[in-house]
Design a protein around this ligand. Sequence first.
Ligand SMILES: NC(=O)c1ccc[n+]([C@@H]2O[C@H](COP(=O)([O-])OP(=O)(O)OC[C@H]3O[C@@H](n4cnc5c(N)ncnc54)[C@H](OP(=O)(O)O)[C@@H]3O)[C@@H](O)[C@H]2O)c1
Length: 364
Amino acid sequence: MDKQNNKIPVGILGATGMVGQKLIMLLEDHPWFEVACVAASKNSAGRSYKEALGKRWAQEGDIPYKTASLQVYNVAEDVRIIKNTVSFVFSAISAEKENIRDIEESFASAGIPVVSNNSAHRWTSDVPMIIPEINPHHLDIIPIQQKNRNWNRGFIITKPNCSIQSYVPLIKAWEKFRPDKVIVSTYQAISGAGKTFDTWPEMRDNVIPYIAGEEEKSELEPGKILGDIINGNFSPSTSVIISASCLRVPVSDGHMAAINIKFKEEVTKEQLTDALENYVNPLKGLDLPSAPDRFITYFEKEDRPQTYIDRELSGGMGISAGRLRKDTVLGWKCVGLSHNTLRGAAGGSILNAELLYRKGLINQ
Ligand SMILES: NC(=O)c1ccc[n+]([C@@H]2O[C@H](COP(=O)([O-])OP(=O)(O)OC[C@H]3O[C@@H](n4cnc5c(N)ncnc54)[C@H](OP(=O)(O)O)[C@@H]3O)[C@@H](O)[C@H]2O)c1
């Protein structure tokens, strides 16, 4: 913990980006963590955070006072300096996957745990991909990862793609009814591409039916989250087949998912809503500051959840569901919603870090 205020000093790699900015906002008054170091590409390095950002600050309110004056370091070259300042780092870099893998490994091998938002290590066989309310037990692989790589204190954990949080919580809640096939269409906000309407004016009054790499991630990543660790490696679940169509829509924040689902078991609407509302949350009792009181909220009203109204549920960390009804093809259909830069990125990775802290995997 920081000597003056007893908070753990953390670094943010990719601090100038959309997710990096959200991390800075969410950590401003965090009870356990404090931003002690910011880093980005060589283009931003060497200047104060405020200068490096220029007009790119896209959050409500000003840059937090203490962070504005921090010097921006170069993620690729300043590992040693950053290591001496922080206990762990959040990674929110957007670059070539190979490049991100190298950067994250350079921090982990230097003894700095890396809590990543990136997809670069999501499929690395000894790196967990965590949604804390769904697969916290996957953190059991960390000692194996450290042994495999001869790392002492450092390790890497990831979180899934931002679309996943809108529908995988529902599939998990319904696991006992044995989901078999899912067709999901996602309606994804422009902040998911690190953009605003100012930086992406072509998105006004427009829908783009293609998001590079998104459908593959949306179909495959749930398998790892719902899978098991077998002989020290992840074995993805193959019990649910998912087909995804991912569309970019003119919304600032919030990813909505329309889900059609077939179960192997006969099931009623009451059983399905009951399973959502009474989700057995493994975080219960851990008292994590960013955890929502309720993981999944089911809305009975026909026109909910709505992106604009419901994306901020529980500080943007709650998952909304609604419109559960019979489907003529697969049996059931419904809608899910999550905030892509909060639950789906910065907030999700802060929750991951809080879980790591509670489990003693990160410390001073
Ligand atoms: N936005 C979302 O909703 C969301 C959700 C889940 C996951 N993610 C993932 O989170 C990551 C960040 O996304 P974002 O939307 O915040 O991206 P972004 O706004 O484009 O920000 C990119 C960040 O990466 C830095 N960077 C770029 N090239 C670099 C390089 N070669 N070496 C080191 N740093 C470099 C940039 O620094 P400079 O300013 O110096 O260029 C900036 O800080 C991505 O991997 C993305 O897939 C995003």
